[in-house]
Ligand binder design. Structure first.
Ligand code: MCA
Ligand code: AMP
Length: 514
């Protein structure tokens, strides 16, 4: 019986020379493919020794490191479910995720062990390990006592491999359940679609607690047996300096904006590169055009979600067979991937003709299994004929290109991270003296879009904007904190007395623009 464990497919793609470098870090450390194999075997054997129930979750909130990459691969290898958590999340957020996912294992940084382990043990987690970004921590200490030989645990296509929390419209996060099959099908599709070839080297500059950095980037390199130049944290100068020894770069638009601000970015710097990919947030046509003029490269923009991994992509190579469909067009997210079915539907549920704007719905082997322990919520997000409602609003033009024009879900994408206004408004509305609030997204030259909070104070009470932001900062991940707060007398409302966020967006849209 074939083992459909994603790890087996990645491992099978390792190059024949296992002593070659698989990952080179920005501190000059070299990890060979053999190191990846041995370390993931030892960690997988450590998990095996814990005798965990089938389908156990391994929740991880650690700084980016190669050992964290190994932990992800070891979790797959051991047949468990990987649950990555943004390093910026604070205790209220972590309490929710651990309470909802009930992981059997939690791995956190040594610095956070005090408060994370308390939350974990209270939620029934039996094992909490530490992993630091300097190759220390109890996880590594314990793993060294285990064998470096391990046979990947058999997993079926439909077995869970990871849970990624995302919120869509409501405030509370939902765990998107991704299977081994979801991820392998997408990895194989993209390997072919993006022209990966022998000798490719990827610059990995993204966090590894979201789909872009954890699946699209890591699976892209590993399924091709490609070396990764591993940046613990994005730095524009260093990323540009890496380009003379790499061929592929993936980033959110903010990374491109920041590299364009560097004088060292020029045609000479990128002459070894073959592909620049952008996604996770809209790439402004100005950024697309400036990149083309400065480097001679046309960024390939693609579109995906935590629930689906990649859905559409601009074409990689000019394809003479489809001359009209072979260019990468700025402002579009290209074509549905070969095994993805995409349609645009009106509110009445009818398919819309070409060019008309409506709700984007998708179907394919990459579309997730549903939301963790939320069958009703899951059912709401699929149509009766099995299409997933993305919550994105867009159109397909006469040449087949998909354009995203907005979102029906109340979502701000800031520097590639999702910020859910409902979650922030919930915390602000609990504050003393606050009657009501609205958080809206406004354009920002660096992050693309940032949150602005508009607050109504209770009668006779004075609320200080700085105090609102300071109180939020003590509770929530930094990237979620609105960049400005205004206390006003009233909020614009429509006839149903619903807050008209579009009017607020209009009112504050010039706030961060020069
Ligand atoms: C940091 N800050 C932010 C953000 N990042 N504020 C808003 N939005 C952000 N994204 C805060 C910091 O806490 C700091 O606050 C201040 O802004 C300045 O931080 P800075 O040094 O500029 O930030 P950084 O550390 O350089 O990070 C910027 C970044 C990072 C490198 C763009 O945000 C990043 O790596 N984004 C990538 C996100 C990602 O991987 N998205 C993929 C999602 P203070 O001054 O108060 O300390 S997956 C997805 O969307 C789907 C599946 C898909 O299609 O890929
Ligand atoms: P996440 O919830 O982190 O998976 O983010 C997925 C959302 O990011 C999608 O539903 C889109 O709204 C947005 N997104 C991803 N890629 C793009 C893109 N290339 N252009 C515009 N929006 C995008």
């Amino acid at each position: 019986m074939k083992n459909h464990n994603l790890f087996s497919a990645l491992w099978a793609a390792f190059p024949s020379d296992l002593s070659a470098t698989a990952v080179e870090t920005d501190e000059g450390l070299h990890y060979s493919w053999n190191d990846l194999d041995r370390a993931t075997a030892m960690m997988a054997n450590l998990f095996k020794s814990l005798d965990l129930p089938e389908g156990s979750r391994v929740a991880v909130q650690v700084e980016k490191s190669v050992e964290a990459l190994m932990l992800y691969l070891a979790t797959l290898r051991a047949g468990y479910v990987f649950l990555p958590l943004n390093t910026a999340y604070q205790s209220a957020e972590i309490e929710y995720f651990i309470g909802n996912a009930e992981p059997a294992v939690v791995v956190c940084s040594g610095a956070n062990f005090g408060w994370v382990s308390k939350i974990a043990f209270k939620a029934g987690t039996q094992h909490v390990f530490t992993l630091n970004d300097d190759r220390t921590g109890s996880l590594l200490e314990r793993a060294t006592h285990h064998s470096d030989k391990h046979q990947a645990v058999p997993r079926q296509v439909d077995d869970l491999a990871a849970i990624l929390y995302t919120s869509g419209t409501t405030g509370r996060s939902k765990g998107a359940m991704l299977t081994h099959g979801n991820m392998l099908s997408n990895a194989l599709t993209l390997k072919d679609y993006w022209g990966w070839k022998k000798g490719d080297v990827l610059i990995h500059a993204l966090p590894i607690f979201h789909v872009h950095g954890l699946f699209v980037a890591i699976h892209g390199a590993l399924i091709n047996g490609s070396k990764m130049l591993w940046m613990a944290k994005f730095d524009p100068k260093r990323a540009i300096a890496y380009m003379n020894q790499a061929t592929v770069f993936m980033g959110v638009p903010t990374l491109y904006v920041r590299m364009l601000a560097e004088p060292s970015l020029n045609k000479a710097a990128v002459k070894n590169m073959r592909l620049f990919i952008a996604g996770s947030a809209p790439l402004l046509i100005e950024t697309f055009t400036e990149w083309q003029e400065r480097t001679g490269h046309t960024i390939l923009e693609r579109y995906g979600m935590s629930e689906t991994a990649m859905l559409t992509s601009n074409p990689y190579a000019p394809d003479q067979r489809y001359a009209k469909q072979s260019e990468r067009r700025g402002g579009t997210v290209g074509f549905p991937l070969p095994d993805v079915e995409l349609r645009v539907r009106g509110d009445d549920g009818q398919n819309l003709p070409v060019g008309e704007i409506g709700g984007i719905q998708v179907k394919g082997p990459n579309v997730f299994k549903g939301y963790w322990r939320m069958p009703e919520k899951t059912a709401e997000e699929f149509t009766s004929d099995g299409y997933f409602k993305t919550g994105d609003v867009g159109k397909v033009d006469e040449r087949g290109y998909v354009t995203i024009v907005g979102r029906s879900k109340d979502l701000i994408i800031s520097g590639g991270y999702n910020v859910y206004p409902a979650e922030i408004e919930g915390y602000i509305n609990e504050m003393l003296g606050v009657a009501e609030s609205a958080v809206v997204g406004v354009p920002h030259p660096d992050f693309g879009e940032v949150g602005v909070a508009v607050v109504i104070a209770k009668p006779g009470v004075t609320v200080q904007p700085e105090a609102v932001l300071a109180e939020l900062k003590a509770k929530l991940a930094n990237f979620k904190i609105p960049k400005r707060c205004f206390v006003v007398a009233e909020l614009p409302r429509n006839t149903m007395s619903k807050v008209q966020k579009n009017l607020l967006r209009d009112q504050y849209k010039a706030l961060f623009l020069a």
